[in-house]
Design a protein around this ligand. Structure first.
Ligand SMILES: [Zn+2]
Length: 338
């Protein structure tokens, strides 16, 4: 029998067993979602991923993620995890895998439709990647006056900021890998979360640094981690400061910081020219200053114009701020050297 935890979660009286026209079809069996709804009675039927209070530790906030399609579960707090409802049922009721499997079968649950591997289960992969990003960010710390990150911004880049925003963090020793994934060096690095339009972390931007507070001597000192899923960063930005009705956007982090130092405005970094074209700003932002990278190729100006057109269609006031001189950005104007 399946145990409904009626004290903590409220029991569901009957298990929903969907009727189906073809009883041989796997779809006619109760699914992972049906199983989880029998354990956590209120789960929304319309969502694939839900978070609930974990049943494996004394949880005060919903730390346990469930995938209602595959049955995969993952607790970010106590690390309980598994890839299907058999693992969940076994763990929860202290059963062997085969006993749990037999019980589920007895109750009509389809336990044959398991994901072949983690890599083909995109939802599971998304949690894993988001969790990796959070762990990576926790290995870093806020900048203090005089530390490597502060020196990189204020001395090397010449941006007169008294305090580095807490959205930027300093990782003391981060692996640098080449294109084949081989670790070729360990460097300090500036980390910044890229968040999607809903404010959810979806990637981390890294700037590798050398001990003299310049950029590390590597082929690509600036890199983005893999996004939590393909396309996750679309419309996103590095939210260096909280948005206000009047704010600015710039491509690079340093440019954004330089503009902030010069104007006091909150500035977001769109990471790239492509990011500039797609960035989504909150509704309350009514006036936007687009800080253009005046690069030789004209790409920066092109992308800024695309964003300006869209923001105007969204009925916001827009100003383009184009720095004078070929190949100049606002970090060059307000700051020092590259
Ligand atoms: Zn837990």
């Amino acid at each position: 029998m399946l145990n409904n935890d009626s004290t903590a979660y409220g029991a569901q009286e009957t298990m929903t067993v969907p009727n189906s026209e073809t009883s041989q079809s796997p779809a006619s069996f109760p699914t992972a979602g049906d199983y989880y709804r029998s354990v956590f009675a209120w789960l929304s039927p319309s969502r694939e991923n839900v978070s609930v209070k974990c049943v494996f530790h004394d949880d005060h906030s919903p730390s346990l993620s469930l995938n209602l399609t595959t049955g995969a579960f993952n607790c970010f707090a106590c690390k309980a995890k598994g890839r299907d409802i058999v693992s969940f049922h076994a763990k929860r009721n202290h059963l062997s895998h085969s006993k749990a499997s037999a019980e589920l079968k007895e109750n009509g649950f389809d336990i044959t439709r398991r994901p072949a591997s983690r890599s083909v289960n995109p939802e599971y992969a998304e949690w894993e990647q988001r969790y990796k990003l959070i762990l990576l960010n926790e290995e870093a710390y806020c900048s203090a006056v005089g530390d490597l990150l502060h020196r990189y911004i204020t001395e090397t880049r010449g941006i007169p900021l008294a305090v580095i925003p807490e959205t930027l963090r300093l990782h003391p020793n981060l692996h640098y890998t080449d294109q084949s994934g081989r670790i070729v060096g360990i460097f300090p690095a500036m980390l910044a979360f890229v968040t999607d339009p809903y404010g959810i972390y979806c990637a981390i931007h890294r700037t590798y640094l050398a001990e003299d507070a310049t950029k590390a001597p590597v082929p690509s000192p600036k890199k983005l981690t893999r996004a939590t899923f393909p396309g996750a960063t679309k419309g996103g930005a590095i939210r260096l400061f909280d948005p206000r009705p009047k704010m600015a956007v710039a491509e690079g982090i340093e440019t954004a910081l330089a503009v902030h130092a010069a104007t006091g405005l909150p500035v977001w970094s769109t990471v790239s020219a492509g990011g500039m074209e797609s960035v989504l700003l909150p509704k309350e932002v009514r006036e936007v200053i687009i800080c253009v990278d005046n690069d030789e190729s004209g790409r920066g100006l092109h992308s800024a114009n695309i964003l300006a057109g869209r923001l105007m269609r969204e009925k916001r006031n827009v100003q383009l701020a184009v720095p004078r001189g070929q190949n100049a950005d606002w970090a060059d104007v307000f700051g020092g050297q590259k």
